[in-house]
Design a protein around this ligand. Structure first.
Ligand SMILES: [Mn+2]
Length: 297
């Protein structure tokens, strides 16, 4: 019986409870890059503690995935030194882009662990340079398409405005926006949460995936989930997605498109409730299982 909260963890800053043989960078297909950054969040702060909480919780994961009948850690999952930037988010974006570009050049599959949502710009930008036919799937409660916010174009509230300047985006789970975002809203590339809640089949998953190009970066703001299962975010919004809505979409995406990297952002860990930390860690491993269980990869 595993228990992340009582067991002694020998290397708390690496992902997963498996042999170090599968954690070295040189042999790993997958590279996790922690980005503990939280300079622009506005409601509750603490997303800079997200990566460590995910890594700690990951030690309680089972290594075998039931859905894909796989042990994806065998592909190698390296946890890298974090990106530590205590500057404005535009500087952070460049630092993340440089690191992710190097990972892609090395043939690694990049996964960013945030940190607030502004960390995603650099990842998607690096992926666009490497994969010109990129599109970005965003799971989020918030549109994040303000042109600027609190004096910065790289604020977390602007992340998708920046990303859509260089590639198409599709937004799922949205249930919070500002009126100023209406003028730039592309209704054909958004699935609002209230619309999703009315779906009686899973056909919506195909419609989303069919709207994406062959190469896809996925940015997962954990506040896409309903606060009942993911209360540990800076700006929780009621009416969010459940676990199987998110996983169903990610699985279909992995089957039909080439996922080239993803980020999981906005975990704001609270010591009083460790379950969301585990949910975030499980999401990372589950998505990796969907992507990497295919033996042709
Ligand atoms: Mn959000």
């Amino acid at each position: 019986m595993r228990d992340a909260y009582s067991m002694s963890i020998t290397s708390p800053l690496s992902f997963g409870d498996f042999s170090d043989d599968y954690k070295s960078y040189s042999g790993a297909a997958i590279a996790l890059l922690p980005v503990p950054y939280d300079k622009t969040s506005t409601y509750h702060k603490g997303a800079d503690r997200g990566p460590e909480a995910i890594l700690r919780a990951s030690h309680a994961l089972e290594n075998f995935d039931i859905e894909t009948q796989s042990e994806i850690y065998l592909r190698g999952i390296a946890t890298l030194e974090p990106v530590l930037v205590d500057e404005t988010p535009d500087i952070l974006a460049k630092a993340v882009q440089t690191r992710v570009a190097q990972l892609l050049a090395d043939g690694k599959f990049p996964v960013l662990l945030g940190g607030e949502h502004s960390v995603s710009v650099g990842g998607a930008a690096a992926a666009k340079q490497h994969y010109p036919n990129l599109s970005v799937l965003q799971l989020d409660a918030h549109l994040d398409t303000r042109d600027s916010y609190h004096g910065s174009k790289y604020n977390h509230a602007c992340v998708m405005a920046r990303i859509r300047e260089f590639c198409p985006i599709y937004q799922v789970g949205i249930r919070s926006m500002d009126a100023e975002e209406l003028s730039t809203l592309d209704r054909s590339r958004i699935l609002f949460a209230h619309e999703l809640a009315q779906q009686t089949t899973t056909d919506w998953q195909s419609r989303v995936v069919d709207s994406l190009s062959e190469d896809v970066w996925v940015t997962i703001d954990l506040d896409c989930f309903d606060p009942s299962i993911m209360p540990s975010t800076g700006t929780p919004e009621p009416g969010g997605l459940n676990w199987y809505q998110v996983c169903g979409l990610l699985r279909l995406l992995a089957q039909r498109r080439r996922v080239v990297g993803f980020d999981v952002v906005e975990l704001l860990p609270r010591d009083s409730n460790p379950a969301p930390d585990f949910t975030a860690a499980k999401l990372v491993y589950q998505f990796l299982s969907y992507i990497w269980a295919d033996p042709s990869k």
